[in-house]
Ligand binder design. Structure first.
Ligand code: ZN
Length: 442
């Protein structure tokens, strides 16, 4: 029988990680005689939900098992989730979903909506019932939403892979020991087949997180072979307890699907909007850059926050009248006015930058000045006065090109498709990518 095991929301800011539970489970299920029909899935969900713990990532394991061991496998899953979830954290509400057989279309649609919008627990519970899936929730049970979404997230379209290496329990909590130069060499050697290893703006190594969670490092890329090869080029300064390769929607823009008008923006929903810059961008306290964008239905404040680094330079060069398509999440609405956090921006049409300048004196070539509105110009050098002379209009070159602008990797969300991935989008061919690369070799 084919068993899908979805899990979500076991981690917290204080530690723990749903992918680590998955890594432990891979080994346990293999030892029970289960056979994986797919890479373990790491499905990132809507990054704008207000109650997410960290990356908002859910897991699904898809295994072929003998019906005799179904009970043992399920018990093992629940035992591991209970042993490794952070039940103390108020924001941690684990959920597990078991589904057998083919994944129905309605679950796939549900999954797409959890990635790009807000879905209620009630709907997840009804859907699970309808399809005979069993859902186990802890505390407020919100994790069931993500767990069910993970089961439905077949990722038939664009996808990526991530090699995740874990630390030994004794090392968790301390600083990670990783040779940065080896990461930079790996980044060069695997260019095009991996992404977001190093931030090009700051030179910062991005593969290692900073928190107390058990993840040592993660390398993202286009194929399992590529991320595995890259990981072998990295020189760790501490033991790797285990590793797993996940198939994922990271780096695919899976959340940015809805093109809406400004009046249709909803809090916590990612959206794509086309509009016109209505006022010059201004830099506010903290270095954040804000500008209002309008269309025929309304207006929204677009924000490029300080961590987006050089991306703000492009935003600052916008002018009223520019046509842009913006991508991002609506986080809240202060005083009835919504703010869209910019994840990317496409500059489509630049308004002409027209300025008025005084001509030079027709007699001596000196500088002229205005004698007042509609009163002509006077030469500052020879004193020539001409009541008919007017300022000239000059169009100044814009220091901004039409095109796509994306914040540097260090400021990107897990789901954001980085520039390096444009043109590398791919479909998933079932069965084709099945290689036993994902099994930990200790
Ligand atoms: Zn003059």
């Amino acid at each position: 029988m084919l068993l899908h095991i979805g899990m979500d929301d076991t981690d917290s800011l204080a530690g723990g990680c749903t992918t680590y539970i998955a890594a432990l489970l891979v080994e346990k299920i293999l030892s029970l005689g289960g056979r994986f029909v797919e890479y373990p899935h790491l499905l990132r969900l809507n990054p704008n939900v207000p109650w997410k713990t960290r990356g908002n990532g859910a897991i699904c394991l898809r295994v072929e098992i003998d019906p005799e061991i179904e009970g043992r496998v399920k018990r093992t899953v629940l035992e591991l989730v209970e042993a490794h979830s952070d039940f103390e954290c108020g924001n941690t509400n684990p959920g597990v979903v078991f589904h057998t057989g083919e994944v129905p279309k309605s679950l796939i649609g549900f999954s797409d909506r959890v990635i790009s919008s807000i879905v209620e627990l009630e709907e997840a519970l009804c859907l699970a019932d309808e399809h005979g899936a069993s859902a186990v929730g802890y505390k407020n049970m919100r994790g069931i939403i993500g767990a069910l979404a993970a089961v439905g997230g077949l990722q038939g379209g664009d996808h990526t892979f991530e090699f995740l290496a874990y630390r030994t329990p004794g090392n968790c909590g301390g600083p990670r020991s990783l040779d940065s130069d080896s990461v930079r060499r790996m980044n060069k050697a695997t260019e095009g087949s991996t992404f977001n290893n190093v931030d090009p703006e700051s030179g910062r190594v991005l593969i290692a997180p900073r928190g107390p969670d058990p993840v040592f490092f993660g390398i993202r890329g286009e194929t399992p072979e590529a991320v595995h090869r890259a990981a072998m080029l990295v020189e760790p300064g501490e033991p790797i307890e285990r590793w797993v390769i996940f198939r994922s929607n990271q780096g695919t823009d899976a959340h940015l699907r809805r093109r809406v008008r400004l009046s249709e923006l909803e809090p916590y929903h990612p959206a794509i909007v086309l509009g016109e810059v209505s006022e010059s961008p201004r830099t506010i306290k903290g270095g954040h850059v804000i500008f209002p964008l309008g269309d025929e239905t309304g207006e929204v404040d677009c924000a490029a926050y300080e961590p987006t680094g050089g991306f703000r330079d492009a935003v600052r060069r916008l002018m009223p009248g520019d046509t842009v398509r913006v991508y991002g999440g609506v986080r809240d609405s202060r005083g009835g006015r919504r703010t869209l956090n910019l994840e990317k921006m496409e500059v489509l049409r630049l308004a002409p930058d027209v300025r008025y300048v005084n001509p030079s004196c027709p007699s001596c070539g000196g500088g002229m000045e205005s004698m007042g509105r509609e009163k002509g110009l006077r030469c500052r050098r020879c004193g020539l006065r001409d009541g008919q002379l007017r300022k000239l209009t000059v169009e100044v070159d814009r220091p901004l090109e039409p095109g796509l602008y994306i914040p540097p990797p260090k400021a990107q969300r897990h789901l954001t498709k980085p520039l390096a991935r444009y043109g590398r989008e791919k479909e998933y061919v079932p069965g084709e990518l099945y290689e036993p690369w994902c099994w930990p070799r200790l």
